[in-house]
Design a protein around this ligand. Structure first.
Ligand SMILES: Cc1cc2nc3c(=O)[nH]c(=O)nc-3n(C[C@H](O)[C@H](O)[C@H](O)COP(=O)(O)OP(=O)(O)OC[C@H]3O[C@@H](n4cnc5c(N)ncnc54)[C@H](O)[C@@H]3O)c2cc1C
Length: 485
């Protein structure tokens, strides 16, 4: 059965529910986008999701990514689709903050939601490259931007985030990867092992730009002493041309429950003492404090929202498969009808099937509304000329982040299981990609901080930050909504 998505649901959020006009009126967008652009962009995005992205999903799951004799072979079509999305403006260049011509997040994310539903494995590669590009835009020097951004945005290169190590997962400050100064104050020698790196070695691009957390020699203990380094797989000269391999060795790719087409790599940096990284942000201060982890949190927060968003996209796609099948599958007779000669009915006529479909519909639409309110807050935070409002909305978006990541990813698992239930036995087979959605989604409750870590973030940091003002502001939004309706 073909991948389908309800574009109308997305249009409702953008055109009838959120104040999208307010975002489009911001200086960055007002000459480029209007409300009239929403329908054509979403319709075209849906076409690409169906015709370009979704065809690689099932085969990618079955064949997977391969790593043999040190060489990675991507799943069929992955190189082509990655390049297509990036080259044609449907990838990182649309989602990046502050790029002229970039889309409002509200629109870019509505489009990319359909790509996530169609094939989350490829969408995550795009998302990581967007995250790396945004880090460079926000914290890089002009030289960093000129050196790395054009090829990241064109699809020639891709990006990763390298935090996790064999002995440091949830507890990032325990990392042991080190950065040693060289004669050039911006360049450090990097030494260490990073584990579970998504996109770590994909075989689809000529270069990979790793954003690596490491403690510079003499760095303060704990999170304060961690720096962030741009570590290309192949060195990039100052003029943007490629140099020699940068001693980043792929040890292995993981064999996983889901996302089988996506590379999850164990990487050794500096096995031969020849791995170099360019420091992002300021040098450590006199107490050995760096801003690496704080900067990385910009990428993590994006990735956390994207994880929740991707989870809901897969749950919504599962719902569409289930509802389509419920109309077509003939089984049983109406409840209470004892006549064996009575006409058999499509299963959507059964109360229990309707209960499950309604549960899926209510949850996926409600969660989408929460997520898109988050994108609206970020659009205003990033682009409004009203600095006070931008600051407040940024803080409320920070409160939203762990909620979106945790709630959406946990809920998706139940919703996808419910979709399988609607399909019956066939839902448990590979006849439909719904069992794949369930396998692919599980990781979304784990990476970018497990659900427990999100709960900790919410209660220990987000609810209390700025003396609880952003949290109170968010509660007020809810209160006002309840009062209004
Ligand atoms: C497919 C995949 C892709 C990934 N991609 C990336 C990537 O691109 N970049 C990257 O850096 N990392 C990546 N990761 C790593 C991922 O972020 C970590 O696996 C995750 O943060 C959890 O860390 P861990 O596996 O070490 O588990 P642990 O930290 O060992 O946690 C195990 C369990 O203990 C719980 N726990 C941990 N600490 C506490 C505590 N203080 N109190 C209570 N409970 C606690 C956790 O919630 C969890 O349930 C990826 C992982 C996978 C599997």
């Amino acid at each position: 059965m073909e991948f389908k998505y309800n574009v109308r649901d997305l249009k409702f959020i953008l055109k009838e529910w959120l104040p999208t006009e307010e975002v489009l009126a911001c200086d960055r967008f007002k000459d480029y986008f209007s409300m009239d652009d929403i329908d054509p962009l979403l319709n075209e995005g849906y076409k690409i999701a169906r015709e370009v992205v979704s065809p690689i999903n099932t085969e990618g799951d079955k064949i997977g990514i391969k790593f043999e004799n040190g060489v990675v072979t991507p799943a069929p079509g992955f190189s082509e689709v990655y390049r297509f999305l990036q080259e044609n403006g449907w990838g990182s260049s649309s989602e990046c903050i502050e790029l002229e011509g970039g889309m409002p997040l509200l629109i870019a994310k509505a489009v990319s939601e359909m790509f996530s539903g169609a094939c989350t494995a490829i969408k995550s590669y795009v998302g990581l490259t967007t995250g790396v590009s945004n880090l460079l835009i926000k914290f890089g020097t002009e030289q960093d931007k000129e050196r790395f951004l054009p090829k990241l945005l064109s699809g020639d290169w891709q990006g990763t985030m390298c935090l996790t190590e064999p002995n440091a997962g949830s507890d990032v400050p325990d990392i042991v990867t080190r950065a040693y100064p060289t004669d050039n104050p911006l360049i450090y020698k990097i030494k260490g092992t990073k584990m579970f790196i998504t996109g770590g070695d994909t075989g689809i691009c000529e270069n990979t730009i790793h954003m690596v957390l490491a403690r510079p020699e003499g760095g303060a203990p704990g999170s304060a002493g961690i720096g962030l380094y741009i570590v290309p797989k192949i060195w990039v000269n100052e003029d943007g041309s490629l140099g020699k391999p940068n001693d980043v060795v792929t040890v292995s790719l993981e064999h996983k429950m889901g996302l089988k087409a996506q590379a999850t790599a164990l990487l050794n940096f500096g096995e031969n003492d020849e791995c170099y990284g360019i420091r992002l942000g300021p040098a450590p201060d006199e107490k050995g404090r760096s801003k690496g982890l704080a900067m990385m949190f910009h990428m993590m927060n994006e990735a956390r929202i994207s994880s929740g968003h991707g989870a809901n996209a897969q749950a919504a796609a599962a719902y569409y498969f289930a509802s389509q099948s419920a109309i077509e599958r003939i089984q049983g007779r109406p409840f209470g009808d004892k006549n064996p000669a009575a006409q058999r009915v499509p299963i959507i006529k059964h109360e229990d099937i309707r209960r499950m479909l309604l549960d899926m519909k209510a949850h996926t639409e409600g969660i989408r509304a929460m997520i898109f309110r988050g994108f609206y807050l970020l659009d205003i935070a990033n682009n409004s000329s009203d600095k006070e409002k931008a600051k407040l909305y940024h803080s409320i978006a920070e409160v939203f982040t762990p909620l979106v990541k945790c709630y959406a990813s946990e809920a998706a698992l139940n919703l996808e299981a419910e979709a399988i239930q609607v399909l019956g036995g066939v839902g448990y087979t590979q006849e439909y990609p719904v069992e794949q959605y369930l396998r692919d989604s599980k990781i979304l409750t784990i990476w970018e901080g497990t659900s427990y870590i999100q709960a900790q973030d919410l209660v220990n940091r987000k609810m209390r930050m700025q003396e609880g003002k952003p949290f109170a502001a968010w509660l007020k939004v809810i209160e006002d909504f309840i009062r209004q309706y």
